[in-house]
Design a protein around this ligand. Structure first.
Ligand SMILES: Cc1ncc(COP(=O)(O)O)c(C=O)c1O
Length: 351
């Protein structure tokens, strides 16, 4: 039987363990469900949906609603099945064989994985020891690789560090192709590149409903970019890729922005409490602008900490085999009870 493409055979997937535990803090989901009123409205619209018909191929109402949220027109928005699909569309349309994407490690693994599965080369730059990004490093990598796509991630997964406007400006000044700022965790911080999107700039900002909107189960993400860039990315998506239920779910979610902001504020406050509690344990941590914290135990190796936590029914992300993250684990900010369970388990594992 035919095997898969040689370049795919070498690739490992990016999967977080799905094990049954009481406390799941490994995939940066929201610990809170969407509002009950959203659920009621969603189910009512679903009941009236003509499922024998294809959905709106352009997802017009959803794109208009997202555009209103950000003060742009629907032609500047492309929605997909999670921001990963949106990134895939960008790589298919603007990357591909003979083209390169630049990433700065440590960062979100899919920023190299998706280029590779689309046949796009990957040029790797490095963040500083504190995981901030030196504009000079961006300039160096971009000058050398001439990437079709330069990925930034702010707040960066898995470090939580923000790539400030100076880094984005530096990338835009030298990049010959698109600069994509992945803001999957954008609402957990005040810094955003959205206001920098303009027709004369090859800047793309991606966002997701999976985290702040509490809708990881729906698979909805989007990008905001100049209309010409959106039109280009649209060439690479399949017809009717976004189903009717997802379009309805996202459009209705945007009617509950205040509730989303309240959940985000609660998680940001809880992040401070969790960070302070971690600081009292024998672990190193990094300041985070997202809904997770990266930490490294000083006296136990990463996989052993991960296993010890699983044995206590707490699941976090083991990042210890990722580039430059020896010994590191990432914990998602959960409810206060979940975080207390995590802290109690971690204290036991480290003692
Ligand atoms: C930085 C970053 N970008 C994108 C995604 C993908 O999100 P989605 O669920 O929208 O595909 C994630 C999910 O963990 C992420 O951490």
């Amino acid at each position: 039987m035919i095997g898969v493409r040689d370049d795919l055979a070498e690739l490992e997937g990016y999967h977080s363990a799905q094990v049954t535990v009481d406390v799941r803090l490994n995939t940066n989901e929201s610990p809170y469900p969407p509002p009950a009123a959203w659920r009621d409205a969603f189910l009512a619209e679903l009941a009236a949906t003509p499922f024998h018909r294809y959905p709106d191929r352009e997802a017009r109402a959803l794109r208009e609603a997202i555009g209103r949220l950000h003060g742009v027109g629907p032609e500047q928005v492309l929605a997909g099945n999670g921001s990963n699909e949106v990134i895939q569309a960008l790589c298919l349309a603007y990357g591909g064989p003979g083209r390169t994407a630049a990433v700065f490690e440590p960062t979100y693994a899919l920023h190299s994985h998706i280029p590779r599965i689309t046949g796009t080369g990957v040029a790797v730059g490095q963040r500083r020891d504190d995981f901030t990004l030196d504009p000079a490093e961006v300039e160096r990598v971009v000058a050398e690789a001439q990437p079709a796509i330069t990925f930034l991630c702010s707040p960066n997964n898995p470090t939580g560090v923000i790539d400030g406007p100076e880094v984005i400006e530096a990338a835009l000044a030298v990049a010959p192709g698109l600069v994509v700022v992945d803001e999957a965790y954008g609402q957990f911080t005040s810094s955003s590149a959205l206001s920098m999107v303009a027709d004369d700039r090859a800047l793309v900002v991606t966002r997701t409903f999976s985290k702040t909107w509490s809708m990881a189960g729906c698979r909805l993400g989007y990008l905001v970019a100049p209309a010409a860039v959106v039109a280009g990315a649209e060439r690479a998506v399949l017809p009717y890729h976004l189903d009717a239920a997802t379009q309805i779910a996202g459009r209705l979610a945007l009617q509950y922005t205040a509730e989303m902001e309240a959940r985000v504020a609660a998680l940001v406050a809880e992040r401070s409490r969790l960070a302070a509690a971690l600081a009292a344990l024998p672990v190193d941590t990094w300041p985070s602008g997202a809904n997770f914290l990266l930490f490294r135990a000083r006296n136990v190796d990463g996989p052993a900490v991960w296993k010890g936590l699983v044995e206590r029914s707490v699941l976090v992300r083991d990042c210890s085999s990722w580039p430059r993250l020896d010994g590191c684990l990432r914990v998602t900010v959960g409810t206060p009870d979940e975080d207390d369970a995590f802290l109690a388990a971690l204290t036991e594992v480290l003692s």
